[in-house]
Design a protein around this ligand. Structure first.
Ligand code: AMP
Length: 511
């Protein structure tokens, strides 16, 4: 089934229901939303000669037009190639080329005018121009698609080597969307999905279930994440749900405390995409109450590996709460989870290993990359590259990306556990732990720290704080104080950049 059928169904049943909002201003009901989609879809076919199965890239910031374009591409049977709007044009052009995109939509249609990066066959168009209605027949219904037909070709952030195109089909997206009301949060037509994180990533994929249920879609006027703006919108619109990376939740907590806001108008904050330290989760619960749900997923099984439900997060009196709250919850409905050893054999309960996932949301493979597909999809199991363990009740604790584990003096140190301890320190605002090459130990533990005051802390005092709480071989050998940590546009801390800065500093010290 073509997932665009969900829009078709909703607009037939509830044409007048409010659909798209720029800030608090309604710009389309479902009838208008679908009419624009049909118009844009027909234009793609008749004006640009696109056919079902063709790939179309979208390099745009969040907007209502973004949603219309996504549905227009699916409506005519095309495959969306979402590109992070913050990428350099040369990187975006590489993706458009690799994905064999025939068109690329941008904000304004002039991103590539000065550069010759864009491949010949790929034409740039302004995503904000609604094509005229006359001149070509409209496509009344979505073009039929098979379950396995591609819908979303998502390029991984590529921290190791070139980015790879993750192939997700209509049925992957349908399964992912149905997990949301089953596992994460029920949805009703009174709800509003607010897009504070980039639509090119997981946050954009939450649109489907909200379209299916005839809910509102709200794009902040700033086009991005501004906590004060978000609170204003939630207060005025009500029943707002959003996806936020843990670093965004942290900024929301700081802003809420500054302005005395307590979550009014927010229904649910779904967080995930990176570690949420327990100390920060406690702050978020203090401020927002029972509004938080955690998900763990990755581009290869988007938004759907595990879920930590709202009731559990909010129940701080529950026995063993801290351990469960520090986990990423249990498997979502459409997947099963296993932990594997280096020989890819399942390990006993409680033992660390690589997290593997199988189920209806798992990708079909990497685009035009059979070698990477073979390495990642093994006998139907997706090897996530994440390290973790399962408890007897099926709760999954994620320790780290396998490549982030630090091996010091032959022992494994999981940066996450070191970060958890430092994040509890009242003066520590943000922290990131990485390994540095060390002649004596193989690797040593280094902590990058941002303090609340902006001043460096006394290292002896920090070390004393640490050894009161954790084995001393895990203690950072070095604390490096920074005014901020490098993050990508999804709010994830760029560990690779921090590791590289250490490498560069040690080379400089030698020369
Ligand atoms: P991406 O494919 O860019 O969405 O990144 C996925 C990766 O982010 C996962 O493989 C994990 O390493 C990390 N991640 C996602 N969700 C969580 C979570 N809830 N807690 C900790 N790390 C997470």
């Amino acid at each position: 089934m073509n997932i665009a059928n969900w829009l078709h169904d909703t607009q037939r049943r509830d044409p007048q229901r409010p659909a798209l909002f720029e800030g608090t201003r309604q710009v389309a009901d479902y009838a208008t939303f679908a009419a624009h989609v049909r118009q844009r879809a027909a234009h793609l076919v008749d004006q640009h000669g696109l056919a079902a199965g063709d790939t179309v890239a979208v390099l745009m910031k969040n907007s209502c037009d973004y949603l219309e374009l996504l549905y227009a591409i699916w409506w005519m049977g095309g495959v969306v190639v979402p590109i992070n709007a913050k990428l350099h044009p040369a990187e975006a052009a590489w993706i458009a080329d690799n994905a064999e995109a025939r068109l690329i939509f941008t904000d304004g249609g002039r991103v590539f005018s000065a550069s010759r990066d864009l491949p010949q066959r790929c034409k740039e168009l302004d995503g904000h121009t609604l094509p005229p209605t006359r001149g070509w027949p409209t496509l009344e219904q979505p073009v039929p698609r098979q379950d396995q037909d591609l819908a979303w070709l998502f390029y991984t952030s590529g921290t190791t080597g070139r980015s790879k195109g993750v192939m997700l089909s209509h049925s992957n997206l349908i399964a992912m969307s149905l997990c949301y009301p089953t596992d994460v949060d029920p949805v009703s037509s009174d709800d509003a999905a607010l897009y504070a994180a980039p639509m090119s990533h997981g946050a954009g994929l939450y649109n489907f279930i909200h379209v299916r249920c005839g809910a509102r879609h709200v794009v902040p006027v700033s086009g991005g994440f501004d906590a004060a703006e978000l609170f204003g919108l939630a207060t005025l619109l009500g029943n707002v749900s959003l996806f936020a990376a843990p670093t965004m939740v942290k900024r929301m907590v700081e802003q809420a405390r500054r302005q005395g806001y307590g979550g009014e108008g927010i229904k649910t904050i779904v967080y995930g995409g990176g570690p949420m330290y327990l100390a920060h989760l406690c702050d978020a619960i203090d401020v927002f109450g029972p509004r938080l749900v955690q998900i763990y997923g990755q581009g290869e099984s988007p938004m759907t590996i595990s879920v930590l439900p709202r009731a559990l997060i909010a129940d701080r009196q529950r026995a063993g709460w801290a351990t469960l709250a520090a986990s990423v919850g249990h498997a979502q409905s459409c997947v099963e989870i296993r932990i594997l050893d280096a020989q890819q054999q399942p390990v006993p309960t409680g033992e660390h290993g690589e997290i593997a996932v199988r189920g209806a949301t798992v990708m079909h493979g990497y685009w035009r990359n059979p070698e990477a597909t073979r390495q990642t999809l093994v006998e139907g199991w997706l090897l996530t590259g994440d390290i973790g363990f399962l408890d007897a009740a099926g709760y999954l604790t994620l320790t780290d990306r396998s490549k982030d584990v630090i091996i010091t003096g032959g022992s494994n140190v999981y940066p996450r556990e070191v970060e958890e301890v430092l994040a509890q320190h009242p003066e520590v605002f943000e922290v990131c732990v990485v390994g540095e090459a060390d002649a004596q130990w193989g690797e040593s533990v280094v902590a990058f720290v941002v303090t609340r005051s902006g001043d460096a802390l006394d290292e002896t005092e920090l070390s004393a704080w640490f050894v009161q709480r954790m084995a001393s071989f895990k203690k950072p050998k070095k604390y490096l104080f920074r005014s901020e940590l490098p993050k990508n546009s999804y709010g994830k801390i760029l560990k690779t950049d921090l590791r590289q800065s250490l490498k560069a500093a040690s080379i400089a010290a030698l020369t």
